[in-house]
Design a binder for this molecule. Structure first.
Ligand SMILES: CCCCC/C=C\C/C=C\C/C=C\C/C=C\CCCC(=O)SCCNC(=O)CCNC(=O)[C@H](O)C(C)(C)COP(=O)(O)OP(=O)(O)OC[C@H]1O[C@@H](n2cnc3c(N)ncnc32)[C@H](O)[C@@H]1OP(=O)(O)O
Length: 402
């Protein structure tokens, strides 16, 4: 058993010298969908095969020395499917098989093992929160708090994804996974966003006796990223905001707070490029928030009193994350604010998840209504996820010491 975001050592012993085998990794998600990767190897002289020392031969899901290849190369059998974890209290079961030979049809099964990839570290508490309007789950690390607190937001698609919040809590943070639409009695669609809802969540965290003050952190991915920037710009009590492939303009739905209204950035669906197979590339669909009326959608992040970290996948095809981060930085500095940290990852796409979630190349875009490409190259994307995860934790540790 290991935690899902931890690297894994994979080795086979007792093979014949230089024996040719195929290693296969597979995992079924909670919907029963299969993810699979396989690679061809040759054992060493002593009959041992350690994937950290032995390169994969051509012909499998990957080749070369790739200690984590069997994890990052996992691909769903079902098109446009993405690995998500709904029940964080149970592990994913990773099945590892050693098959004879290098044939296209699977050879005789020589050995197999099952390994649990868990989400909750022992002692981490999972607390469903139904407080006022808030629909959320709080994860509290073991031991005596208070702990640095973080609110975690996903993006379009809604629901209450808990897996990133839970993995982050394993490292000593009190993390609130916060739903904002498409969950229980929250609005079904993302039509209008009221920051008062998010303010309740910030206050819930600030008043919690297990949360270290005086301020909390925000972590947001995609649409959750621009939401975090809006929260940081208008709400009190936020010390550090980490944005993963987010936008500095408000996108998708109007944001309201007291007498403030931020319209969503304009889009032109004619700029969506649709491939022969019907997959969209929406990279050029959004208007430029530096031009004309669309400037009203640029979130006034210079009002924020927190530090910013922008995690950028340079091959993001959802939108221009690097441009957004750079423009956010210019605007902060033009107002005499601290320069944000911007960390760019070549070869990383939009869907930057915690380590070892296999890259999702394309899936249904729940706002656009067609499958879209997210960008990224699996190996580079995997490496980016590993590094970004460390950077996010280090950023929060630096700024949420209390
Ligand atoms: C602004 C656009 C306005 C529209 C204009 C039109 C065109 C404009 C063109 C371009 C616009 C350009 C840019 C604007 C772009 C973006 C703004 C937003 C950016 C984003 O933000 S980018 C998404 C980031 N994303 C997340 O941040 C994840 C959020 N959270 C979830 O996505 C859910 O939390 C989930 C799925 C984890 C559990 O949700 P759940 O518990 O409610 O699950 P449930 O089973 O009910 O599924 C509900 C539906 O997800 C499908 N689904 C379920 N499981 C799946 C899987 N494993 N793989 C693939 N699909 C899956 C089902 O098939 C069903 O789809 P359906 O309803 O169609 O059947």
């Amino acid at each position: 058993r290991s935690l899902f975001d931890e690297p894994l050592g994979i080795a086979v012993q007792g093979l014949s010298p230089r024996q040719q085998v195929t290693l296969r990794a597979s995992l079924r998600d909670e919907a029963g969908e299969l993810f699979e990767a396989h690679a061809r190897y040759q054992a060493a002289e002593d009959g041992e095969l350690d994937v950290a020392r032995c390169p994969a031969l051509p012909g499998g899901s990957f080749s070369g020395l790739e200690p984590m290849g069997l994890l990052w190369a996992l691909q769903p059998r079902k098109a446009f499917w993405r690995l998500v974890k709904k029940d964080v209290q149970t592990p994913f079961l990773l099945r590892l098989e050693v098959l004879e030979g290098h044939g296209d049809d699977s050879g005789r099964l020589l050995a197999q093992a099952q390994h649990e990839r868990a989400f909750l570290r022992d002692g981490v508490r999972r607390v469903p929160v139904r407080d006022g309007r808030i629909r959320a789950t709080l994860f509290l690390p073991p031991g005596n708090g208070p702990f640095p607190g973080v609110i975690d937001l996903y993006g379009a698609g809604g629901g209450l994804p808990e897996y990133r919040a839970c993995l982050l809590a394993n490292y000593g943070f009190a993390v609130l996974a916060l739903a904002f639409y498409g969950y229980e009695d929250l609005p079904k669609e993302m039509k209008e966003i009221n920051l008062e809802y998010f303010e309740e969540a910030v206050n819930y965290m600030l008043q919690h006796n297990q949360v270290k003050g005086p301020g909390i952190g925000l972590l947001g991915f995609s649409k959750g990223g621009d939401l975090c920037i809006s929260m940081a710009s208008f709400l009190k009590g936020i010390t550090a905001t980490a944005v993963i492939n987010g936008s500095v303009a408000n996108v998708g739905a109007v944001v309201r707070y007291k007498d403030v209204t931020i319209p969503p950035l304009g889009v032109n669906p004619k700029r969506i490029k649709v491939s022969k197979s019907g997959i969209g590339d929406i990279i050029d669909a959004l208007n430029n928030p530096l031009e004309g009326a669309d400037r009203q959608s640029f979130i006034p992040l210079e009002k924020a009193e927190c530090r910013f970290l922008f995690i950028v996948g340079q091959d993001d095809h959802n939108w221009k994350s690097e441009f957004f981060a750079t423009e956010g930085s210019k605007r902060l500095q033009a107002h005499g604010k601290e320069k944000p940290e911007i960390i760019c990852y070549p070869g990383a796409g939009h869907y930057i998840e915690p380590p070892f979630f296999p890259m999702c190349a394309a899936s249904m875009h729940l706002l656009v209504g067609m499958p879209v490409i997210w960008g990224g190259e699996p190996k580079a994307h995997c490496e980016a996820q590993i590094d970004a995860w460390q950077q996010i934790q280090a950023f929060f540790h630096r700024h949420l010491k209390g």
